[in-house]
Design a protein around this ligand. Sequence first.
Ligand code: SF4
Ligand code: SF4
Length: 359
Amino acid sequence: MLDPGSVLPPPAGMLAELTHRCPLACPYCSNPLALDPKASELDTATWARVMQEAAALGVLHVHLSGGEPAARLDLPEITRAAHEAGLYTNLITSGIGVTSQKLDTLKDAGLDHIQISMQDVDEASADRIAGYQGAFKRKRALAEEVVKRGFPLTINAVIHRANIENIAGLVEMALAMHASRVEIAHAQYYGWALKNRAALMPSREQVDHAVAEVERLRATHRGQIVIDAIVPDYYARFPKPCMGGWGRRSLNVTPAGRVLPCHAAEVIPSLEFWSVRDHSLEDIWRNSPAFNAFRGEEWMQEPCRSCARRDQDFGGCRCQAFLLTGNARAADPVCHLSPDHGLLADFVEEREPEYAYRA
Ligand code: SF4
Ligand code: SF4
């Protein structure tokens, strides 16, 4: 629960996972290993209600995501509902399944922004990582159509062992695609990425070089493109302030309607998630057990409980703490003050040559 006297601010952002279906099979996908089946997905009218409730709660922007959101034929209707509710809409797409005609329909529905994922600079490598022959060409072609229609474009590149040497090339490619922003996002080890950790994990030397490279590229391309970086926390001394704090800034609605404080939260089996089928979004945000489980500081144990950084990083990621230690209240083992920090040394040494692709 929140600490006594503190006020619960509204969430600024909502991740709407419209479907887990996706033509690609990225080995770092953050979707859960047990995907929501199509038959369990929320219908159009329920998503439209969720958009209204999100805006009333104070949400400013919604990310229409998946899986591949274009796998839903009612994507334009859902987009329109979000737009009419007053939300800023961002489509997060693999690029496969979004035709020129669909782009026009989405523009007409009020879509504000598009983010396309790129797996690598080299076509063969990119297609191998995506698990889809021809994906690279189709993504590039779609990006052209996106820019032609005046949408702001972000390129997202998830970084891991197979492409970490190509960060400069990925930024150059985003510039050539006329993107206004590029996200250099080191893989976060949840879902399929956790399963494939030993095949994805770069070395410390590679990570150090990559971090310096991003700084160099930022200086070189200042004013031309915004370069956002999500750091690889397995090599850090302190954890990231995950999601800006549990249940503080954002929420995530799964294809079947469960509402999560973050996309990985279902890995913690003790949590009780409420569904938009049974509760309003405001009720869930304020009162659901899962959202209140790690708000405030009452739940913390040592060393976080008495640590001066606890209001900056909130003890790190709850899901990572659970996945690596079996205790969701523990300090994130990424923290060098955690008694479990030694666990990471073994993980970063793991090496597997092949990925397991999601079906
Ligand atoms: S990460 Fe890849 S497989 Fe997962 S939803 Fe995105 S495009 Fe699909
Ligand atoms: S001990 Fe806990 S609060 Fe302190 S830096 Fe480490 S994870 Fe953060």
